[in-house]
Design a protein around this ligand. Structure first.
Ligand code: EZ4
Ligand code: CO
Length: 410
């Protein structure tokens, strides 16, 4: 299983994706996702300039050894660029191993622990009416769990809220939250206005849609610990599935304070890269769900270790699944989520039709549940001709300013 070729493919079907394709001397090939939203080309260079030259000629059957070789061998550890690059290699090698064995990757990870993966979608609206329409559209589309993001009176633009008045599935904010263009878009923010507004929105949603529907919310790193504690308490009557990224994720201690005040389940980790980022918050049981993506956390091999650590504390998976995770990264998440015992929920925003033409996939989506399918490997093929139609386009995530001009977390 000598790796004979390693290619980095950049394509932009409605948004940018970076894919590593490894091919063995026997002609087996595997795909890995290395997409880092808004900083894509840094990972391309890391792979092309520093990883590809030392991968070719290695035995591709040694997945763990290759992971350690790239992680420890670099000396410079962790960080989103390194870990996305290693993730892509890891995914591609699992894909190849599955094809060699004639088995889907979840079988190699121990087999299915459940029939399918409960997935949540993103509903949003500037007004209550738009929000309700968006929730109804998601329910009709088959979602059984829904993230609720809302406009705040007085704020013009908020990340995560569809700008289109008829926000239904299909007309979305998320193809390009990065906003193609030469410069990032500026948005505005006011935490006190948000804290005043949000509990009433969840009350209205519960009254309209009943007690059972799992509802989630993303605070997007915008609150201080005491603000997050206040919001958690205020939302308790509406029985949220989770509150995500309530405080900036770098400060793990902040969650101790939040935990002292509220029983709202907490999810964190979409910007984490290694098990070391989770060390304190898992051991001290400061979170309930691990938000890491396979793509940004060193691949299947490493995220599995994080989730096994989490399992000792009854902490579950809630893997990141926005559209900036490519279909390859989503497939890896589905195989891992199906196999582990402590699966919680999978984020699932549908990719565009152009993206589906570039990446042909074998997953299924039925009754609110995802399943990775039973094709050998990850089950995703990349059409090079289609990919070639969409060259890279510069794109950025937006940023926030307060009313007085101060830059704020977003
Ligand atoms: O901001 O994927 O929970 N989902 C999110 C996403 C992230 C983007 C960053 O690339 O917070 O929308
Ligand atoms: Co998030």
């Amino acid at each position: 299983m000598i790796i004979d070729r390693a290619e980095v493919i950049v394509t932009s079907p409605d948004r940018n994706f970076v894919t590593l394709k490894l091919t063995t001397e026997e002609g087996l090939s595997g795909l890995g996702d290395a997409t880092l939203n808004g900083r894509e080309l840094a990972v391309v260079s890391y792979l092309r300039d520093h990883v590809v030259p030392i991968l070719v000629g290695r035995d591709g059957s040694c997945i763990e050894d290759t992971w350690q070789f790239l992680y420890r061998g670099a000396y410079w550890r962790r960080g989103p660029i390194t870990m996305a690059a290693i993730a892509a290699v890891d995914m591609a090698l699992w894909d190849i191993k599955g094809k060699a064995a004639g088995m889907p990757v979840y079988q190699l990870l121990g087999g299915a622990s459940r029939r399918g993966l409960l997935a949540y979608g993103h509903a949003s609206g500037k007004s209550q009416e738009e929000l309700f329409d968006s929730i109804r559209a998601h329910l009709e589309k088959g979602y059984h769990a829904i993230r609720v993001q809302t406009g705040v009176p007085g704020l013009k633009a908020i990340y995560g809220i569809a700008s289109n008045a008829t926000n239904v599935v299909g007309q979305r904010y998320d193809h390009e939250p990065a906003q193609r263009g030469a410069y990032p878009r500026e948005e505005d923010w006011d935490t006190r206005a948000y804290l005043r507004h949000l509990p009433g929105v969840f009350e209205a949603v519960r009254n309209e849609f009943g007690p059972e529907l799992p509802l989630l919310h993303d605070g997007h790193h915008r609150m201080t610990p005491i603000q997050a504690a206040k919001l958690g308490k205020a939302l308790e009557p509406y029985d949220l599935f989770w509150l995500e990224d309530c405080t900036p994720a770098e400060n793990q201690e902040a969650l101790r304070l939040v935990r002292q005040h509220t029983t709202i389940p907490l999810a964190i980790g979409e910007i984490f890269n290694t098990v070391w980022d989770y060390q304190q918050i898992i051991r001290e049981q400061l979170i309930d769900y691990v938000r890491s993506a396979v793509t940004h956390t060193g691949g299947i091999s490493h995220l599995k270790k994080v989730l096994e650590f989490a399992a000792q504390y009854q902490i579950k998976s809630g893997m990141h699944g926005p559209t900036d995770i490519s279909p390859v990264g989503m497939a890896a998440a589905m195989h891992l989520g199906l196999a582990i015992h402590n699966f919680g929920i999978q984020e699932y925003m549908q990719h565009s039709e152009n993206a589906h033409r570039v990446f042909q996939q074998s997953f299924t989506w039925r009754d609110g549940m995802l399943h990775p399918g039973d094709k050998p490997g990850l089950g995703v093929e990349l059409d090079r001709d289609e990919a070639g139609k969409y060259p890279y386009q510069r794109a950025y995530l937006p940023y926030n300013r307060l009313a007085d001009g101060t830059i704020h977390d977003w």
